[in-house]
Design a protein around this ligand. Structure first.
Ligand code: APR
Length: 207
């Protein structure tokens, strides 16, 4: 079994349990990712929390964007979140998990939802890099209302984030912001056991 690529920069990744709209100053988060819907007009979950914290100007801005297709990402200013050191909001739309048990039996990266979710991370990182963001916080995209299996989503997230960090200097760091301790433990365990599941980049969903 091919060993995990030695240069995956896990030292540039942090797992933090908390509210993505209120990261601790020591993390120096300057961009947060919103798990939105295709309208970009707000919703519940992390989308609702970010709209509440950023204020009504976020919705006004988003109304000028013409929506966002699933698997894509768009950029917004942070509006009222600037007071917390956050300069950018990356809007991305994760897939709804439709694949069911059949899909979960598929190897990682081989469902349509896997590829769409992978694209959320890749496109969000691309926009954050272009914006010059130094520390980007991601929620667990699609694992709430959209029902994506948490373990599968975390592996896709870690695989693509580590892949990006291994090839780019920006963002310097990525924070996986987990809303529950269980979710945080899942990410920590997957990072510690990456040699078992992230056996090669081929395991990371192709784009
Ligand atoms: N900070 C960090 N993570 C959060 C927060 C928060 N304030 N609130 C919720 N979460 C977590 C959830 O626990 C879950 O792990 O974010 C993850 C994603 O869950 P959702 O917010 O439900 O997002 P998603 O599953 O991608 O569904 C998107 O929900 O809110 C609507 O408009 C949104 O239609 C879209 C759909």
């Amino acid at each position: 079994m091919a060993s995990v690529e030695p240069n995956l920069p896990v030292d540039r990744v942090t797992v933090w349990r908390g509210d993505i709209t209120d990261p601790p100053a020591e993390l120096a988060v300057d961009a947060i990712v919103d798990a939105a819907n295709e309208s970009l007009h707000g919703g519940s979950g992390v989308d609702g929390a970010i709209h509440r914290a950023a204020g009504p100007r976020l919705l006004e801005h988003n109304r000028t964007l013409g929506g966002c297709p699933t698997g894509s990402a768009k950029l917004a200013p942070s509006f009222d979140l600037a007071d917390r050191g956050i300069a950018h909001i990356v809007l991305t739309v994760g897939p709804v998990w439709h694949a069911g048990e059949h899909g979960e039996a598929q190897s990682l990266g081989n469902t349509h939802e896997d590829v769409l979710l992978a694209n959320c991370y890749v496109q969000s990182l691309r926009l954050a890099e272009e914006a010059g963001a130094r520390c980007v916080a991601f929620p667990a995209i699609s694992t709430g209302v959209y029902g994506f299996p948490k373990d599968r989503a975390a592996k896709i997230a870690l695989g693509h984030v580590l892949g990006h960090l291994g090839q780019h200097s920006l963002p310097e760091r990525v924070v996986f912001c987990c809303f529950s301790e269980d979710d945080a433990d899942l990410y920590r365990t997957l990072i510690d056991t990456r040699g078992k599941w992230l056996t090669s980049r081929r395991r990371v969903p192709p784009l």
